[in-house]
Design a protein around this ligand. Structure first.
Ligand SMILES: Cc1cc2nc3c(=O)[nH]c(=O)nc-3n(C[C@H](O)[C@H](O)[C@H](O)COP(=O)(O)OP(=O)(O)OC[C@H]3O[C@@H](n4cnc5c(N)ncnc54)[C@H](O)[C@@H]3O)c2cc1C
Length: 303
């Protein structure tokens, strides 16, 4: 079935933007697609292993992936085809398609704190590596896997780290093999923790933190703020085509058996199907979406 893949960044660009020293929580076989074995020398493959594997899958099947092409709008023609407007370098081009699959993920849309100072240059929703924070005061917001990994790596690289989290304690989703490490660092006071607290303002050299019960405010020095507050799937493009999106969950309407939305021939795939609860879906439990969609297109069109 002829198919093109448009990506405004590159193939598997979410993995490209993972922390540089990250290892997957999944074992290699749970990340495999297209029946291509994922061979890695460790039980948990690294970011580099993942990039290599998925690049090779694209090359093996000769997939027509087109990096640097951003879909800016999609409309329907009177004949029922999809017309995608695409920005590519300095030009705008269009593609016409019988079927369209939105797999735009979540990693481009961080959950913002919504506080003054969030747009300052030392605030980031992405963590790359600890080394650059050596001897810095680093405030990490959140208590999930990304926050825990960032806090531990920054601390090991010589940063003074403080965690700020709205609830009490670490998220239940934190990898069990990492939990004792972070728990002990907090217990011994190597990494500071402000539980039941939220950031109310970010200044160039400090953050203001407020305790949720009682409202006591504290200033914490901060050369870097890592807001590890998760991400959500944007539904702007798909909504513009008339696909209803659940107000409470952010999940686009679709049939989980086929991944088709109520707009005929328009599908969703990947973590997009999770809406705002982006932790619910990941590679392991969405990698079958491609096959399901192709099967449905074949069934409907006899292709
Ligand atoms: C640090 C970290 C570790 C993880 N570890 C694991 C793990 O061990 N196991 C696991 O199963 N999952 C893991 N995940 C989750 C996994 O990365 C995601 O579930 C997966 O990447 C989602 O795939 P996707 O194709 O739905 O979206 P993405 O991988 O986010 O791909 C979406 C793509 O759409 C492109 N795009 C968006 N809008 C447009 C547009 N308008 N035009 C063109 N292109 C567009 C983006 O550039 C992006 O390349 C991890 C995530 C993180 C952040």
């Amino acid at each position: 079935m002829p198919c093109i893949l448009l990506d405004r960044r590159t193939v598997v660009s979410a993995i490209e933007r993972y922390p540089l020293n990250m290892t997957f929580f999944s074992t290699p076989e749970k990340l495999e697609i297209g029946d291509i074995p994922f061979i890695a020398s460790h039980e948990k493959p690294t970011r580099r292993d993942g990039l290599l594997y998925y690049r090779r899958v694209v090359e093996h099947f000769g997939l027509d992936a087109r990096p640097g092409e951003e879909v800016t709008a999609v409309t329907r023609t009177p004949e029922g085809k999809f017309l995608a407007r695409v920005g590519r370098r300095h030009e705008t081009i269009s593609y016409l398609a019988d079927n369209i699959v939105f797999a735009t993920g979540y990693y481009d849309w961080p959950n913002l704190l919504g506080v003054p100072g969030e747009d300052l240059p030392h605030v980031s929703h992405y963590f790359l590596e600890g080394h650059r924070h050596w001897h810095q005061d680093v405030v990490v917001v959140g208590a999930g896997n990304s926050a825990v990994d960032a806090a531990l790596e920054c601390w090991r690289a010589g940063a003074r780290v403080t965690l700020v989290h709205i609830a009490e304690g670490f998220d239940r989703t934190v990898k069990p093999w990492v939990l004792p490490d972070i728990t002990n660092r907090v217990k011994e006071g190597s990494i500071g923790a402000h539980w039941h607290s939220r950031i109310v303002a970010i200044h160039p050299d400090r953050v203001e933190v407020e305790q949720i019960d009682g409202g006591t405010r504290t200033a914490i020095p901060a050369d870097q703020v890592l807001a590890m507050t998760g991400y959500y799937a944007s539904t702007d493009l798909i909504s513009s085509l008339g696909v209803p999106v659940d107000h409470a969950t952010g999940v686009p309407a679709h049939d989980p058996a086929t991944m088709m939305t109520p707009v005929p021939s328009c599908y969703i795939a990947g973590v997009m199907a999770a809406g705002r609860d982006a932790n619910r879906l990941f590679i392991e439990n969405t990698r079958q979406h491609g096959g399901v969609i192709v099967e449905d297109i074949r069934r409907r069109t006899g292709a």
